[in-house]
Design a protein around this ligand. Structure first.
Ligand SMILES: [Zn+2]
Length: 99
């Protein structure tokens, strides 16, 4: 049997606005968002709160995949990243040995 003594309560009503960007540069897109907010606030009363948000993602510079390092720190995304990691680890070991 399913519990049926339930009702829907609507909460947290907001406006979500996604600009139609002309430029792929995300720094320019963030500036454009703030500019749009300034324009909205100049023309519309009753805005209690606003937020410009975006998602940041850590990606490998070599393949643009998720590095997904194993327990040693070795990236799993591509062989080039693993070569880079091994080379940097070797440099670090040599520096530590030199000190
Ligand atoms: Zn990679």
């Amino acid at each position: 049997m399913e519990y049926t003594n339930i009702k829907k309560i609507t909460k947290n009503v907001v406006i979500i606005l996604e600009p139609d960007f002309w430029d792929d540069d995300t720094d320019k897109q963030i500036k454009e968002c703030h500019s749009i907010i300034r324009d909205i606030r100049r023309h519309v009363d009753g805005i209690k709160y606003y937020e410009v948000s975006w998602d940041d993602e850590i990606v490998c510079c070599l393949c643009l995949g998720t590095p997904d390092p194993d327990e040693t720190g070795m990236p799993q995304c591509c062989l080039e990243a693993q070569d880079f990691f091994l080379s940097e680890s070797k440099k670090q070991d040599e520096e530590e040995a030199g000190n």
